[in-house]
Design a protein around this ligand. Structure first.
Ligand SMILES: Cc1cc2nc3c(=O)[nH]c(=O)nc-3n(C[C@H](O)[C@H](O)[C@H](O)COP(=O)(O)OP(=O)(O)OC[C@H]3O[C@@H](n4cnc5c(N)ncnc54)[C@H](O)[C@@H]3O)c2cc1C
Length: 455
């Protein structure tokens, strides 16, 4: 929001109650923040996890983003593991996750017909059929349950319904955070802080450098009572008729990826990762109200069309939009190292890599703000160029960043160090001990000749 033409008021100084004293406070319980909290706690830190909403999971649950992508490299090896794999296993036990067995991860029409409507495809490949790969379709409530189980098992002090509003400063040092709650403002004192807000809320309040970015926003929604097998059969048995109807469906929604509906672990319930709405600002109240109205209008246009015209959708019911608007990009840290589009595209390997997704590597310095000793970020607001973020912000790599950040704060705590002084090799070693891939060993296709020590 521009400050021009804005009227300001000043408020009186206030007494803020301290509701927790801990080693580490993590702000934001999305994929990245949650993983950071779990990882820090399992490495011995006392952790408080602060979240504005009543549920855990951020975009993965409240935002109903329901496929885990970017887990596999070009060589078909699964490279986001650790907490990511634990999530998949736990959700699978609750019938809340579906993915192709390794023998189905092939490139042919039979597997395409079987798995493409689960979203388990390599969407980076411009070919048809696209390869079937290890990607995971999951249920949003399953994600919430698993997140909560893990937090309770780790004995993390969970404070939902708490909206971060400022950092706490004592004697020139950042000593914790302040949140807004129904009972007024509350303070959490901590030695180290993890910003997992996705929008860099903590980093901005702490004075970190950042850039503003923007990408399409989406009111993701689901429909129930869809005869998915009938719809798939229609797609493959009457391809010309299907293409005509599909084109019209896309025109009504106004912007969607290759497949505008995907299957979910609940039979008959489909996930619609659309519409694509450009030009909205994920930080602005006015912009979000407008986009919510537009998204709901558009999804009803698609629903009415599909119900009347598309085989399999005759009895469809609108299950509703996600609780959270789908925001892909807002503010991004400009920290000790800024990941570029070229780094991601060329698969540049960094000696200091502490986590990875698909074929990209995240150096430790891309989680660290300049000149703030006890703050680290994890998630879609990490230190990255806008175009590079669009290619490296999927859920599993954000979880991997969180896992690495959690280890980093625990190591810093044990040796009473500034975060930037933590040895990246110690983070890599502990990532491996936790079953995660820090990206210390480059895949066969990585760009290694300019190996950069990017801290
Ligand atoms: C529509 C859409 C489709 C996508 N499709 C895919 C896909 O198919 N596969 C895939 O892997 N990825 C996909 N992504 C990307 C992925 O969902 C996100 O990049 C990822 O969830 C980012 O995780 P995060 O933890 O960094 O942020 P978020 O998921 O945004 O979590 C941030 C958390 O912080 C909390 N928070 C924020 N501000 C505050 C505050 N001030 N105080 C307290 N708490 C706060 C939020 O409530 C939230 O819980 C998609 C994203 C969108 C929007």
């Amino acid at each position: 929001m521009s400050n021009r033409n804005t009227t300001f008021v000043k408020t009186e100084g206030e007494q803020i109650p301290v509701v927790a004293d801990c080693d580490v406070v993590v702000v934001g319980a999305g994929p990245a923040g949650h993983a950071a909290a779990i990882s820090a706690s399992r490495n011995g830190a006392s952790v408080t996890l602060l979240e504005r909403y009543h549920h855990l999971g951020g975009m993965a649950s409240g935002g109903m983003v329901l496929v885990l992508d970017d887990m596999v490299n070009e060589g078909n090896e699964v490279v986001t593991t650790g907490i990511v794999s634990e999530f998949v296993e736990r959700m699978e036990k609750q019938d809340a996750a579906v993915y192709p067995p390794s023998e189905d991860c092939q490139t042919n029409s039979e597997m395409w017909q079987k798995w493409s409507r689960w979203g388990c495809i390599d969407f980076h490949k411009a070919m048809m059929p696209q390869p079937i790969i290890h990607a995971v379709a999951f249920d949003p409530d399953g994600w919430k349950r698993v997140s909560l189980d893990m937090v309770r098992e780790a004995k993390i002090n969970l404070r939902t319904h708490s909206w971060f509003s400022d950092v706490l400063r004592e004697g020139g040092k950042i000593t914790g955070v302040i949140s807004q709650t129904k009972l007024g403002r509350q303070a959490v004192r901590a030695k180290y802080i993890v910003d997992g807000t996705g929008d860099l809320d903590v980093g901005v309040a702490a004075g970190a450098d950042y850039i503003d970015g923007q990408f399409i926003v989406t009111t993701v929604f689901r429909m129930a009572n869809v005869d998915t097998e009938k719809a798939i059969d229609f797609q493959f048995s009457q391809p010309e008729e299907y293409k005509k109807l599909d084109r019209e469906a896309r025109r009504r929604i106004g912007g969607a990826w290759g497949m505008w509906w995907l299957k979910t672990p609940i039979p008959g319930v489909v996930w619609c990762n659309c519409p694509h709405m450009p030009g909205y600002d994920g930080l602005s109240v006015e912009s979000m109200v407008e986009s919510e109205c537009e998204g709901r209008d558009r999804m009803m246009r698609l629903y009415n069309f599909a119900k009347k015209n598309i085989p399999g959708f005759e009895n469809a019911a609108m299950l509703g939009a996600a609780e959270q608007m789908g925001i892909r990009q807002t503010r991004m840290l400009q920290g000790e190292y800024v990941v570029t589009k070229d780094d991601v595209k060329s698969r540049r390997h960094f000696e200091t890599s502490v986590c990875r997704g698909r074929d990209y590597y995240t150096p430790y310095g891309a989680l660290l703000p300049k000149a703030i000793d006890n703050l680290i970020v994890a998630g879609r607001h990490y230190s990255v160029e806008s175009d590079a973020q669009k290619m490296s912000r999927e859920i599993p790599p954000c979880q991997a960043q969180g896992e690495a950040a959690g280890i980093a704060v625990a190591l810093a705590l044990n040796s009473d160090q500034a975060l930037r002084d933590v040895d990246y090799k110690a983070i890599q070693k502990q990532m491996r001990a936790q079953g995660a891939d820090p990206g210390d060993e480059p895949s066969a296709n990585a760009l290694c000749e300019n190996n950069i020590a990017a801290e």
